[in-house]
Design a protein around this ligand. Structure first.
Ligand code: FAD
Length: 389
């Protein structure tokens, strides 16, 4: 008889694990509180990369995440969610140049594809690019890319539905407990049962894992100016030629389809506060648009259609959490930053561990047990420099 598995949350991770579980014959029900993409997956820069990922095992996990995206794209008749044509990055001051050189050297040492190119070559790749005169070297990461998260979720969740996955939405899971035969899932008005459950609730992981008696601490997603919060500007459609990610000292930018761009100024994130929405005609929106104009021809008159504050899902040490809570193999937790890069991989590995019992060695350093019961937790450093996210 097929296993009945409940998945809580329908962001990138929930959609991915639901797909992988159904492909292996499980009977899957997803419980989602408000809507698909209602969480962090709906406000993501969505750059697929393994930049500044340390320790080495975390870098390797992200590299495997990139390969999983490629495999998923190759197995799809119509690939719409992934644009894998690279990232350009440069520095404008000596400190930034040292930081970038060290990062490129470390990545090259790890065998990660990266090369130095000239501004002229960069303009061949991105004809409308404006590179400051004093910049001579640009780092090119040819295997990186970006994702349209809604299209990725449509790909993953669509295939899960094709294989019988059901959605209960809106449905809030308020608590979990193990029973002799499986898991009891408490809902806002009722209960449900399953043989096992996967928690894919992103920044809400701490409360739900605590309800099961295994609190996995996450960095406060509401803390203004902290590592968890970041602002993203969504522009109007613009007649500029940009087909890839740029991570530059004053602005990160990527296409968002239909001529729209997503822009991000990491230094501006110091003012990001989920409790205080920012005005579309205010200082931060103005900064993002004028920086965009400095960076790309064809962006004159750019305006933001929305300016959103994203809230990252960050386990308290900043690294991925993937594994069972307790020792009965019934409650599995997935929580991570870089969930767009890692989503397809983590979904497949979680389904493998749940349904076959085969342990994924690549997840060894990312088990939830390292954080459960910990109180002496680090303050995570916010992403403030080009190449961080
Ligand atoms: C500004 C910013 C930039 C980013 N840039 C990148 C990037 O460049 N590259 C990258 O790889 N990643 C990036 N990320 C991170 C990435 O977007 C996230 O890691 C990823 O979207 C997390 O997906 P998720 O499915 O785990 O969580 P979510 O998308 O948050 O989904 C969780 C879902 O669970 C539901 N839920 C919560 N609690 C309950 C409950 N009790 N009952 C039922 N449902 C519940 C929520 O409604 C939600 O839909 C960025 C994030 C931010 C904020």
């Amino acid at each position: 008889m097929s296993k009945r598995i409940a998945v809580v949350g329908l962001g990138v991770l929930g959609a991915s694990v639901a797909r992988s579980l159904t492909l292996q014959g499980a009977e899957v029900t997803v419980f989602e509180r408000s809507a698909a993409l209602a969480g962090t997956s709906g406000t993501s820069f969505a750059w697929t990369n393994s930049h500044s990922k340390n320790p080495r095992s975390y870098h390797d996990l992200n590299v495997a995440g990139l390969a999983e995206h490629d495999a998923l794209a190759q197995n799809s008749a119509a690939q719409t969610w992934l644009v894998r044509n690279g990232n350009l990055e440069w520095a404008e001051d000596p400190t930034g140049a040292d930081r970038l050189a060290a990062s490129v050297a470390e990545l090259a040492d790890r065998g990660y594809p990266v090369e130095w190119i000239t501004p002229q070559r960069a303009r061949e790749l991105v004809p409308d690019l404006r590179v400051p005169d004093h910049v001579a070297d640009i780092a090119h990461y040819p295997t990186e890319g970006h994702v349209f998260p809604a299209l990725l979720v449509s790909r993953l969740w669509g295939e899960a539905r094709d294989h019988g996955a059901r959605l209960r939405c809106p449905e809030t899971v308020t608590g979990l407990s193990e029973t002799d035969g499986g898991v009891r899932i408490e809902l806002a008005d009722g209960v449900a049962e399953a043989d096992a459950v996967v928690l894919a609730v992103g920044r809400w992981t701490e409360a739900l894992t605590a309800s099961a008696g295994h609190r996995v601490p996450v960095a406060d997603p509401d803390a203004a100016g902290s590592a968890t919060v970041g602002m993203l500007g969504y522009t109007n459609p613009l007649p500029t030629r940009l087909d890839r990610v740029l991570t530059t000292p004053r602005l990160n930018v990527r296409p968002d389809g239909g001529g729209r761009l997503i822009v991000q100024g990491l230094d501006l994130d110091a003012d990001a506060d989920p409790a205080n929405p920012l005005a579309l005609d205010g200082y931060h929106a103005g900064q993002l648009c004028s920086r965009l104009n400095d960076l790309l021809d064809g962006t004159e008159g750019a305006r933001l259609e929305s300016l959103r504050i994203g809230q990252r899902a960050m386990p308290a040490d900043g690294l991925t959490v993937a594994g069972f809570l307790g020792d009965r193999g019934r409650i599995y937790t997935l929580c991570t930053h870089s969930g767009v890069t890692l989503g397809p991989l983590l979904g497949r590995l979680a389904a493998q561990e749940l349904l076959t019992g085969n342990t994924a060695e690549i997840l060894t350093d990312f088990r939830p047990q390292r954080l459960i019961g910990q109180t002496d937790l680090p303050t995570l450093q916010p992403a403030r420099f080009a190449g961080q996210q």
